[in-house]
Design a protein around this ligand. Structure first.
Ligand SMILES: Nc1ncnc2c1ncn2[C@@H]1O[C@H](COP(=O)(O)OP(=O)(O)O)[C@@H](O)[C@H]1O
Ligand SMILES: [Mg+2]
Length: 446
């Protein structure tokens, strides 16, 4: 017969129960991922195990100045109370010493403990108290505190809670890592969503631009065709008519010569000379419209002046030209591009603006050429025109021209307050030798 000491048997039973409890805690914790359920579950087990009335888990704040009460049980503070007192400063007090001294602290009556610092109003009196640190690589990251079991905590409770705390600390670390990972994943997903949205917008903007360019191209072809028609018409109405007139006059001069009427023949020949002069003018005009010869011969500033003068003659709108800086020759593309922009802008002034006057300003610097066409007319609603997006190719064409020269075109206008088209084209270093070769005086006329 083996006799069993009842006290030993009792301890064995208790020991087995504790091992089982520890096992259950481990199983429960391993099923949890988020921090709060981990803390709540762990604390519930700690209270059950030590037969405590209430308790808390505090986690050190990142700056290490306090412990944040991350879980609390057995006591249900009002949200206001919690908002005020959820931080326990890490300075010697019966609780904080657990972390500061990195060891379990036990008290039979915390109310009379010499290191007690008092409790906030509304907190139930803490009598029996046991606190153990939560350790990660031997460093406390916070603590578990349990209180008010019916009889004081003993060595076994302490040992048990220390064993529990080791499990809990690992679970907390895992949960914190999981939350960091989740936050990083969410941030990444957010970024991906943002980028996708940006890409989508860029794609739509690109498609819109492509459609606009296509329309511009179609319009340009149309404009070219109309321009050819106009030139053909001009030649037919002007030069052709004059040519027919010349042939008739020459015929009558010949007849007069054959009849010996020299005086009248002379009159006919004079008429022919006059008509030929007019033809010369007409042809020059057509050629000038096709490409202003001053542009190739003298450059931008004189050509702008000459065009402004002709603009004044034809429209009656005075147009002052101001030149700033030292005018210089630009690459041919830039000169013709800027000239056409001015033509289009002044065309708009004459057709749409009802302006009393216009001004063209051109500024030369070592880095860029700036051209601005300003009028004091009615102005317009630029956004509305851009929204409408149909039919108006002048503004779009100017913008494209500026873009193709590597420049930028800005239109400023408010209804009732005139309009200003400003374009700035950079002078690239590659153009420098060309620019240096020909220089003009600022006030050179044409
Ligand atoms: N200087 C200006 N003053 C007033 N309105 C202007 C001026 N320039 C442009 N606009 C307005 O912008 C519109 C678009 O101009 P544009 O693209 O050149 O097309 P279009 O001249 O063929 O109408 C014009 O129809 C006109 O309403
Ligand atoms: Mg126009």
């Amino acid at each position: 017969m083996v006799s069993v000491n009842p006290a030993t048997a009792q301890r064995d039973v208790e020991q087995r129960e504790r091992l089982q409890a520890l096992y259950h805690l481990a199983v429960e914790l391993s099923a949890l991922r988020d921090l709060q359920p981990v803390l709540d579950t762990a604390l519930r087990h700690c209270l059950d195990l030590t037969d405590s009335q209430f308790g808390f888990i505090g986690l050190n704040t990142p700056d290490g100045s306090a412990m944040d009460v991350a879980a609390i049980q057995g006591f249900h503070p009002a949200p206001k109370f919690y908002a005020h007192f959820h931080l326990i400063p890490l300075r010697p007090s019966i609780f904080a010493r657990v972390v500061l001294e990195n060891r379990p602290i036990r008290s039979a009556d915390a109310m009379t403990d010499p290191t007690r610092v008092g409790q906030p109003r509304g907190h139930p009196p803490t009598r029996a108290f046991l606190g153990v640190p939560l350790l990660v690589r031997d460093k406390p990251i916070g603590m578990i505190g349990v209180a008010n079991r019916p009889t004081p905590y003993d060595d076994e409770h302490e040992q048990l809670l220390v064993t529990y705390a080791a499990q809990v600390a690992i679970a907390i670390c895992n949960a914190q890592l999981y939350e960091e990972l989740k936050a990083a994943k969410e941030a990444l997903e957010h970024k991906v969503a943002e980028r996708t949205q940006e890409l989508q917008e860029a794609k739509e903007a690109l498609a819109q631009k492509a459609a606009q360019l296509q329309r511009l191209l179609t319009e340009t072809v149309g404009v070219q065709e109309r321009e050819r028609q106009r030139i053909a018409q001009d030649m037919h109405d002007g030069i052709n008519q004059l040519l027919i007139g010349t042939l008739l006059e020459l015929k009558s001069a010949r007849e007069r010569l054959s009849t010996g009427d020299l005086t009248l023949a002379e009159v006919s020949l004079q008429q022919v000379t006059g008509v030929l002069h007019r033809m010369d003018e007409e042809i020059r005009q057509v050629l000038y419209d096709l490409r202003p010869p001053t542009l190739d011969a003298l450059g931008l500033a004189p050509s702008l002046r000459r065009y402004a003068e002709r603009f004044r003659q034809y429209t009656g709108i005075p147009c002052e030209v101001r030149v700033e800086g030292e005018p210089c020759r630009l690459p041919p593309d830039a000169e013709i591009g800027l000239y056409r922009i001015m033509q289009e802008a002044l065309q708009n002034v004459s057709v749409h603006a009802r302006a009393r006057q216009a001004q063209v300003a051109v500024g030369f610097s070592s880095e860029a050429v700036m051209l601005a066409i300003t009028d004091d007319g009615e102005g317009f609603d630029l956004m509305a025109i851009q929204r409408e997006g149909q039919g108006h190719f002048g503004l779009l064409g100017m913008q494209e021209r500026a873009g193709s020269l590597g420049g930028r075109l800005v239109i400023q206008t408010t209804p009732g307050q005139g309009a200003r088209v400003e374009v700035s084209v950079p002078l690239y270093p590659v153009a420098a030798p060309f620019l240096a070769s020909v220089r003009l005086e600022p006030q050179t006329g044409d």
